[in-house]
Write a protein that binds this ligand. Structure first.
Ligand code: SF4
Length: 254
């Protein structure tokens, strides 16, 4: 899989996820002890039900985490268990971010790690896709800030003046025969997904938008490519074209 993922620390997200799950198990054990206290007899049954539910969830999520790690380490896809793996990562994501905040870990670092974990799992799931089944979703902040042409909904309105990377991205999409759309937010992104009905998406955006997009689109696989922001957020952003092409070549084989 070449050097696509090697620089990003997946263990940040996976470690926090494990910490969250251990906390859930400890909470369940605490409730179990509390429920056995005779003084709390009135609430005993309720506590037992809550404890049992917590333990079942914790065991399922631990299985999901184990499968995610196994899939990453062995480059394998557990086709019939993708749902469990995905649910584990996505349902516990808010708790992972909260746990990271308590430990003073930057949210962007956690998001970066989450995207890396997600990408490895997506890569293992999407090797057999055809070009026409992949949608490249781009943010409109890639467009030069002074450009007068509206390229959302129809990227071919670009006059290819060379002030931004849109012409190269159009050429890449054309050459790889993949669908492409430029969107200004979640609503347009959802409309693009409904319009093109892809089997997988390659999305370019910042860590925050990629994380929320990956979560919103589940179970549709979304491979995230973090953009470059030489002038700060949402202004004249860029994307590593070589990395994007490598993504299509080695992961989607399109
Ligand atoms: S390359 Fe296209 S999108 Fe970019 S500034 Fe020129 S006309 Fe606008």
């Amino acid at each position: 899989m070449s050097g696509l993922h090697k620089d990003v620390k997946k263990r940040t997200f996976l470690g926090l996820l494990l910490a969250v799950l251990l906390f859930i198990v400890m909470a369940a054990v605490y409730l179990l002890l509390f429920a056995r206290d005779p003084v709390a007899s009135l609430s005993r049954n309720v506590m037992m039900v809550v404890t049992a539910a917590l333990l079942v969830c914790a065991v399922l999520f631990l299985c999901g985490l184990f499968l995610a790690i196994l899939s990453i380490v062995q480059n394998r896809n557990f086709k019939h268990l993708n749902w469990l793996t995905g649910k584990t990562l996505f349902l516990l994501y808010p708790l992972v971010v909260y746990c990271g905040r308590l430990l003073h870990i930057a949210q962007e670092k956690i998001q970066h790690s989450f995207i890396a974990v997600n990408n490895r799992l997506v890569a293992n799931r999407t090797r057999q896709l055809k070009p026409g089944e992949v949608l490249l979703l781009l943010p409109h902040c890639l467009q030069n800030g002074s450009c007068a042409y509206k390229i959302t909904r129809n990227a071919d309105n670009c006059r290819r003046c060379g002030k931004c990377q849109v012409p190269e991205l159009l050429e890449l999409a054309h050459r790889k025969k993949i669908m492409m759309d430029i969107v200004s937010g979640g609503t347009l992104a959802r409309q693009a997904i409904l319009k093109y009905r892809p089997r997988a998406i390659v999305a370019v955006a910042c860590e925050r938008d990629l994380s929320s997009g990956i979560l919103d689109s589940f179970p549709l696989p979304v491979y995230g490519v973090v953009n470059e922001r030489p002038e700060g957020p949402c202004m004249n952003t860029r994307v590593d074209l070589a990395l994007l092409e490598e993504t299509f070549n080695t992961i989607f084989k399109v």
